[in-house]
Design a protein around this ligand. Structure first.
Ligand SMILES: Nc1nc2c(c(=O)[nH]1)N[C@@H](CN(C=O)c1ccc(C(=O)N[C@@H](CCC(=O)O)C(=O)O)cc1)CN2
Ligand SMILES: [Mg+2]
Length: 305
């Protein structure tokens, strides 16, 4: 993880770095402290079921990293590695057992799932109180109605990354590029909740350039290098790159040309070392919260609007 460019290669650029490695380490440390205090007082260690179906190489990397994060956070990870040919019925049966297991506080089913399995049916079968990915329709609905419960990890991680660096986004004009269920849509709800004027663009949007040019905050989550051109970025904007694109040489890169965008933006998140580690840190935070623990955060969360 993070074996290529470190997050600190900023000397020649004007933009400051939104450092996901530092911010995520600080969150995991607080989660760890809270759990160890709870266990020392006789409480049960939080348990996370980590379910991986098949052998998608990227998913294997993420799941391995999440299991390592559990060790750092003091969370008991229980591993379920299922064959790629697993039926939907078998997976739903496992989820039912985990829903009923009092030692399990959180259930994570790594996405994407193999084609024979309906992702929506699976995410909605998880007990909403154990839905540490925040993908269940009930939890997304709560976010939409300003009653946040368990919140999707990547959008919550973006908000935490901004807060960690002291960035206030209330009243700013934010654009979300990409409207996926796991990032773009809940991202727009998080930004609304924090009081940003929020535009969501997607594959049917005309004039993406005009929208980006007006934005104080650009969150790009498409998974296509170059989809937002650096010259569209307003000088002084905050740029959050959620894209993860694997290049032929094995390196990963974001959706936006980091070097060029750094010449215009005031703040920018790198790939790797930006949003990715925050996604994993929020999974640890959500698991502690699902276990009923209160975690003192190393930043002031955005007030809700
Ligand atoms: N059940 C879920 N599935 C998926 C989610 C999710 O939140 N829950 N999100 C994405 C993938 N994802 C989490 O699982 C994820 C992506 C990237 C990273 C990360 O740490 N990235 C590193 C680089 C990693 C590398 O070297 O490849 C970084 O950006 O620095 C963590 C989690 C889809 N599925
Ligand atoms: Mg996520």
């Amino acid at each position: 993880m993070n074996s290529n460019k470190p997050a600190t290669t900023q000397a020649a650029h004007s933009a400051r770095i939104l450092d996901g490695n530092a911010a995520s380490a600080a969150v995991i440390e607080r989660v760890h402290d809270s759990i160890e205090r709870h266990v020392a007082a006789g409480g049960r260690r939080p348990g996370l079921a980590v379910v991986l179906v098949g052998a998608d190489p990227a998913s294997q990397i993420y799941v391995r990293a999440k299991r390592r994060d559990c060790e750092r956070a003091g969370i008991e990870a229980r591993d379920f590695d299922l064959d790629a040919s697993t039926s939907q019925e078998t997976l739903l049966d496992l989820i039912q057992q985990l829903n009923d297991d009092p030692a399990i506080d959180g259930i994570l089913v790594q996405l994407p799932l193999p084609a024979q399995i309906d992702e929506v049916a699976v995410t909605n079968s998880i007990d909403a109180d154990k839905d540490v990915d925040g993908f269940h329709a009930f939890n997304v609905g709560r976010l939409a109605l300003r009653q946040p419960g368990l919140r999707p990890c990547t959008p919550r991680g973006v908000m935490a990354l901004l807060s960690f660096h002291g960035l206030e986004i209330r009243s700013k004009h934010a654009i979300v590029v990409g409207a996926s269920n796991i990032v773009g849509r809940p991202m727009s709800l998080e930004l609304l909740l924090a009081g940003a004027t929020t535009t969501v663009t997607h594959r049917f949007t005309h004039d993406l350039e005009d929208h980006v040019r007006q934005a104080d905050v650009v969150v790009c989550a498409v998974g296509k290098p170059g989809v937002v051109r650096p010259e569209w970025i307003q000088p002084g904007a905050i740029v959050v790159d959620v894209g993860i694109n694997r290049m032929a040489d094995g390196r990963i890169t974001g959706d936006i040309d980091f070097e060029a965008a750094s010449q215009r933006a005031a703040w920018i998140s790198p790939v790797p070392g930006g949003v990715g580690p925050m996604t994993r840190a929020m999974l640890m935070l959500n698991t502690a919260e699902a276990a009923g623990l209160q975690v003192e955060l190393p930043y002031h969360p955005h007030s809700t609007g």
